[in-house]
Ligand binder design. Structure first.
Ligand code: URA
Ligand code: SF4
Length: 278
């Protein structure tokens, strides 16, 4: 049985819920540990069973209408203190601008801005809150404990970071003490994320936790009330789910997060092949 298949059973709750695959292994400093662990799990042979095991999670009885929680905002294309219009930047220029950005106070204590990582032509875009201590050191999103859980979630979907997946954050610089980013900080950083989305053109966006929801959908309702419903941003379907760090503290909600990921996958497949009745 392939790793991915085992993982799937774990994720489905048949085996213990999401466990940290590398928990016992010390993490090599400066090395992102996820790629070797996840890469073998991606095998075309297991893609079909993944579809077969989907039915235990029930689709909503009636397809809810796409909810658009807000009217389109005026596009903030300038970052404070910068004379450069962010929406004119290509990928390398955007990356360079983020690396040197001082548009909000989070620049003061960061070691480095964390731009994002993954496939630049992705199906999936996962958006978290902001870098933590490990990410601040390594310069890559979700490389700490929450990141290991995220990698396991991706493996359960037969995807992995860098393979049809891009991972970014609502703010690019670590909030001191890992506090939640303030609304003003998310607003300052938004043009970068906005431009990343425009350039990446993902087919589905998964918002991990409240900060990401606030940044992209400008909705402050509880996560429990937002998850499980389809949203849209700039014509791209959006699914809301719990942040992996929250899931590490609230194990029973992992099954809900798994349902959300399956909703995202269904939505992606429906969009990819709209003529097929799912
Ligand atoms: N939590 C996040 O929201 N993002 C990261 O990159 C790491 C932890
Ligand atoms: Fe700039 Fe965003 Fe970092 Fe603030 S968090 S300094 S806006 S890159």
């Amino acid at each position: 049985m392939s790793l991915s298949r085992e993982q799937m059973l774990v994720e489905m709750g048949v085996a213990p819920l999401w466990v940290l695959r590398d928990q016992a292994k010390p993490q090599a400093a400066g090395v992102a540990p996820e790629a070797p662990a996840v890469a073998p799990a991606v095998a075309p042979a297991v893609a079909a069973p993944a579809i077969d095991v989907e039915p235990p999670v029930r689709a909503p009885v009636q397809a809810p209408p796409l909810a658009t929680p807000e009217a389109p905002r005026a596009r903030p294309v300038m970052v404070a203190g910068s004379a450069i219009a962010v929406d004119a930047l290509d990928w390398p220029e955007l990356k360079a601008q983020v690396a040197g950005c001082r548009a909000c106070g989070l620049c003061e204590q960061r070691r480095q801005a964390v731009f994002g990582v993954g496939d630049q032509n992705p199906d999936w875009l996962f958006i978290g809150e902001g870098p933590g201590a490990d990410e601040d050191v390594q310069g890559e999103p979700f490389v700490g404990q929450a990141g290991k859980l995220l990698d396991n979630m991706l493996a359960a979907l037969d995807i992995s970071r860098g393979n049809k997946v891009y991972i970014a954050n609502a703010v690019k610089c670590r909030p001191p003490g890992n506090r939640t980013p303030e609304a003003a900080e998310m607003a300052a950083c938004w043009p970068y994320l906005e431009r990343q989305i425009a350039l990446l053109k993902p087919k589905i966006i998964v918002l991990l936790g409240k900060a990401a929801v606030h940044a992209v959908l400008h909705d402050d309702k509880s996560l429990a009330s937002l998850r499980g419903k389809p949203f849209e941003y700039a014509g791209i379907p959006v699914v809301v789910t719990y942040h992996p760090a929250y899931l590490l503290r609230n194990l029973p909600d992992k099954s809900k997060a798994w349902e959300d990921l399956l909703l995202a996958r269904r939505t992606l497949r429906e969009r990819a092949t709209p003529e097929l009745p799912f």
